[in-house]
Design a protein around this ligand. Sequence first.
Ligand code: MP5
Length: 218
Amino acid sequence: MDFTATLYNENKHLWDIMLSHRFLTETRDGKIGKETFARWMKQDYLFVRAAIPFIAGMIPKAPERHWEAHSNVVSMLQKELRLFEERAAAADISFKEIVPSFTNHAYIQFLLATVAYESYQVVYTVLYAAEKAYHESWKIVQEGLDKKSIWYPFVENWAGDAFAQYVRYLENELNILAAGAGTTDITLMKEYYRITLQYEIAFWEMAVTSEAWPGITG
Ligand code: MP5
């Protein structure tokens, strides 16, 4: 069995929780509150910004055959930031003075610490898990969201063919990396995959609960 199939099978419960999250089902059904969607947009804008140094930081660790793909992802992320800015303007949402929520801050620090300290195979696993999570999540939204919705461009971005192809590429390359990895690395790859899925669930949860930093109210 492919490594990515094993990862999926061992974490099916997390996939079920993620893909039935009410942020996704309410967005799919056109029932999401604008404030809730805006909360996700603001936080994800900061997340995507932080993903640029994460991806760029993979290049020195990567085999040369991966350099072009990582460079292309950096420009894909720049385009994504423009999409967020354009949708924010269309929905009258301001990105001024936004700061990361507790969950977002933790997730970003996890990404940056992983790229700084862990092996390339482990970092690649985290990238694959995060991209696969968004692709599958937005496919849920795609099942019902009206194509005329102001949020539909996000569906096109992550559930569309180009992104599907990118996720398949990551999957294939991760299986190649796993085939050459030792047992210690495989154990760590599995652990980091699970942690990434847990962060993905926490991120949707953060968007619907409007979390504050622990201990700080008002
Ligand atoms: C992605 C994202 C997808 N934008 N936000 C979270 C919380 N997880 C995954 O990554 P990208 O880099 O926007 O394709």
